[in-house]
Design a protein around this ligand. Structure first.
Ligand code: XMP
Length: 507
């Protein structure tokens, strides 16, 4: 049985990070809404309560019954989680005189406490709270303090329950990993047996059982999630998996050919469909970005459906959905996380059962699984690329000629990033073809040609992003190459907008 830690989500921005950090300790965990603890699951070895945007005394604050958990399972409350347990037991939580955000140093630590072992005064932690615990019940023993926060960590005597006011899950809490290890391994007794290899073994076995001799179809995009899902399924059921890779004509230069070749080398049973002329026809004259997306989304479903029908007796549709797309509790505070469902609509249209073998993995775990499956590094480390492809990087209407110009410019930029060892330092990069022409001079000739913008960003999740501070010499080389080699372009700009307020794509 796969032992697990349960993280009860009270709506904090950093709940997912708690999950990431626990998984980094080779321990499987699941994030569930604050009121949905799986009481009947015997594989739970410990519980973590997340932070929350609420104050414990807010009328709308999320509250939950902990009686059935406390004393039975080790419990760690973080920020709101700690305040909630203190408040529930008769302690006092009040708005802090000064709200505390950011770095703080522990001034006093009880290093003999199981949670604080190896942690010393002077250690850096990260605070983010408007309320503070001002009084704790007599059986709450304070095990760490900072200059401003007396109850930075407490241990309820006689039980395996702790609370910490700071956030051990954020990377700026220098002792965060130590503290979480003390809890997850030292206190909960995790065997630390969750790894890419163990995931592959158990998932392949489970897929064989679930799918038997059934036929499965999967849409490949060239991206890491669908590719890893395909290789994993291929390991489980071999040629009963058929992959369909649709070229809508808006892919990068030579992408369709190269990626198809990669897939074939991986032993996948893959059908490549060149549907570019259909998409060019349907997109002719369309300038509105949302319409472009809709046309491509619908066209993709039609082509995919048509191809899938050529396979006899398909029962399942597989998708590369990953954990952040599925965490039910992401929406508990009403915050809608932006997501792009490129194959949305497919399961309904095709009346197939859904198989999502990566639905429990975070992105970097997907990459680790890909590596353990022997996939080449260039497939695993690919930048994200939007489903509608270059269509949303050509501002205005789309023509095959504009796509060609953009493919050439994009190829020079991306190849340049690789040559300068900058590719892995940016989250994603591309070129945007602008709907403006400007005057230039080449030789003795006056030119009146297009402008392109280079876009490269750093990010961890695409929700926020900064423009990548690429070296001037690199930008100069790319600009030169584009203007000299791409016919029709005489001006190159670099986009220095962050997200927010800009977005990564221009459309
Ligand atoms: P924005 O432009 O919203 O993009 O900052 C965030 C991330 O999503 C990608 N993106 C898309 N991906 N279909 C996709 O599959 C789309 O329609 C789409 N629009 C944006 C974008 O490339 C970035 O990684």
């Amino acid at each position: 049985m796969q032992e697990k830690i349960i993280i009860l989500d009270f709506g904090s921005q950093t709940t997912q990070l708690i999950g990431r950090r626990v998984r980094e300790l080779n321990t499987y965990c699941e994030i569930v809404p604050y009121n949905k603890f799986p009481h009947d699951d015997p594989s739970v070895i410990g519980v973590i309560l997340s932070g929350s945007p609420f104050s414990v005394y807010d009328e709308k604050a999320f509250r939950t019954e902990l009686k059935a958990i406390r004393r039975r399972l080790p419990l760690l409350g973080i920020c709101y989680g700690a305040q909630f347990m203190a408040w529930e037991n008769g302690g006092t939580v009040e708005p802090a005189a000064t709200r505390e955000y950011g770095r703080a140093l522990l001034t006093e630590v009880d290093s003999t406490d199981p949670l604080m072992q190896g942690i010393t005064p002077g250690s850096q932690v990260w605070m983010s709270h408007g309320d503070t615990i001002t009084n704790v019940p007599s059986d709450f023993k304070i095990v760490a303090s900072t200059e401003k926060v007396r109850v930075a960590a407490y241990h309820i005597e006689g039980e395996n329950t702790w609370g910490v006011q700071f956030h051990p899950e954020v990377y700026h809490s220098a002792i965060g990993t130590d503290l979480l290890r003390n809890f997850v391994v030292g206190i909960c007794g995790s065997r630390q047996d969750w790894s890419a290899e163990s995931f592959i073994d158990t998932t392949v076995a489970a897929l064989r059982q679930q799918l038997g001799d059934d036929k499965v179809v999967l849409g490949l995009s060239g991206g890491v999630d669908s590719s890893v899902a395909a290789v994993l399924l291929n390991r489980a059921i071999g040629n009963n998996l058929t992959c369909i890779f649709v070229d809508h004509g808006m892919l990068r230069k030579d992408e369709f050919r190269n990626v198809l070749h990669d897939y074939e080398c991986l032993g996948l049973n893959v059908v490549g469909v060149d549907a570019s002329s259909k998409f060019f026809t349907e997109l002719a004259g369309v300038t509105d970005p949302e319409r472009k997306r809709k046309i491509i989304g619908k066209g993709f479903i039609d082509v995919f459906d048509q191809e899938a029908h050529k396979i006899q007796d398909v029962k399942w549709l597989a998708q590369g959905t990953i954990y952040p797309d599925c965490i039910e509790s992401l929406s508990i505070t009403g915050t809608v996380i932006k997501s792009h469902h490129n194959v949305g609509g497919l399961p309904e249209k095709m009346n197939l059962q859904l198989c999502e073998p990566l639905r429990l993995l975070f992105k970097d775990e997907v990459r680790a699984v890909g590596r353990a499956l022997g996939m080449p590094e260039h497939l695993i480390k690919r930048h994200p690329f939007p489903g509608p492809g270059l269509a949303v990087r050509i501002l205005g209407d789309i023509t095959p000629e504009k796509v060609r110009v953009l493919q050439e410019a994009d190829h020079i930029f991306i190849q340049g990033l690789r040559d300068w060892d900058l590719y892995d330092q940016v989250w994603q990069a591309g070129v945007i073809l602008l709907p403006v022409q400007s005057v230039g001079v080449m030789g003795d000739e006056r030119t009146y040609e297009r402008a392109v913008a280079l876009r490269a960003v750093t990010s961890t999740d695409a929700m926020t992003a900064d423009w990548a501070h690429l070296p001037y010499d690199f930008l100069a080389e790319v600009s030169n190459k584009i203007i000299n080699h791409v016919k029709g372009v005489n001006r190159v700009c670099y986009d220095i907008s962050s997200k927010p307020p800009a977005t990564i794509e221009w459309e």
